[in-house]
Ligand binder design. Structure first.
Ligand SMILES: [Zn+2]
Length: 268
């Protein structure tokens, strides 16, 4: 550790504080580093300042004693964690002091915007894939795909890769991915909807839960021969999956699913 204490004329440090720590004071030293424009405000002219901690000073007092008004400070990090102004310095503390971040350059964005509502879902998140389809989102999930292909499908088809396998997400080919944290499928669904701001794009019952195909309206006469007598008698509005041909109608199961969607909307 650099224990030198820069001195300069006009410093507001007391003489005792400007003295390099004595041998028995080395263990009482804390180090402050000022970042960005704050470095120019430090009285000593140096971005790093070592101080002796012998009277439980607040970090605010020590920062201001270095010449930096607290109003200029937006973030203080001590040993990796942000702290408040009244944090009391301890021997050995390493303190980072940051200015207000007025803007971030947009060209620094690490990747383009993710594709809206297009996913490829790891096989062990199969329930999540079905829930996403229930909300109308395009959620590819195929148990026959090995990990390698999941990453490739994500890249070549511009899909967000959803998985609980962080090694899969470390592959450089994956541009858009998300490590799912929640355990229960319903919680995972809310997590993903929030993460990708999907709530405004929810279109329930427009996609086949089983195969991910689009579901479109179909005339009763076209599928009449597929219906059970009671279904034919009680229902007139039907949908059919354009891929697998499954027929859907608003039967008793519909109320349960509609309730599921309504609860999800409340949570996000
Ligand atoms: Zn289908």
């Amino acid at each position: 550790m650099d224990l030198s204490v820069p001195g300069s004329s006009g410093s507001i440090w007391s003489e005792a504080e400007l003295m390099p720590p004595a041998a028995d004071d080395v263990t009482k030293a804390a180090r402050l580093r000022f970042y960005g424009e704050l470095a120019e405000l430090v009285t000593s002219g140096e971005p790093s300042v070592t101080v002796v901690v012998d009277d439980a000073p607040s970090v605010k007092d020590r920062i201001e004693a270095c010449g930096v008004p607290h109003t200029e400070v937006d973030l203080i990090v001590v040993n990796g964690s942000s702290v408040a102004f009244d944090y009391q310095l301890l021997p050995g503390d390493r303190v980072g002091v940051y200015p207000v971040f007025r803007s971030l350059p947009v060209q620094a964005k690490l990747r383009p915007e993710p594709p809206l509502g297009r996913f490829v879902v790891d096989v062990n998140l199969g329930r999540l894939a079905k829930h996403l389809r229930l909300l109308g989102f395009d959620a590819l999930s195929d148990g026959s795909l090995p990990d390698r292909d999941l990453a490739e499908v994500s890249a070549t088809q511009d899909r967000i890769l959803l998985t609980k396998d962080r090694n899969l997400l470390k592959r450089s080919i994956v541009v858009h991915g998300y490590l799912v944290r929640e355990v229960l499928p319903k919680d995972q669904l809310a997590e993903v909807v929030r993460r990708f701001d999907l709530a405004p794009s929810i279109q329930p019952f427009t996609r086949c839960i089983e195969c991910n195909g689009r579901v479109g309206a179909v005339a009763k006469a076209e599928i009449d021969h597929l219906l059970e007598p009671l279904t034919r008698q009680h229902y007139d509005d039907f949908g059919r999956c354009g891929d697998c041909g499954r027929v859907f109608w608003r039967g008793s199961h519909y109320d349960h699913l509609a309730g599921f969607v309504a609860e999800l909307r409340r949570r996000v």
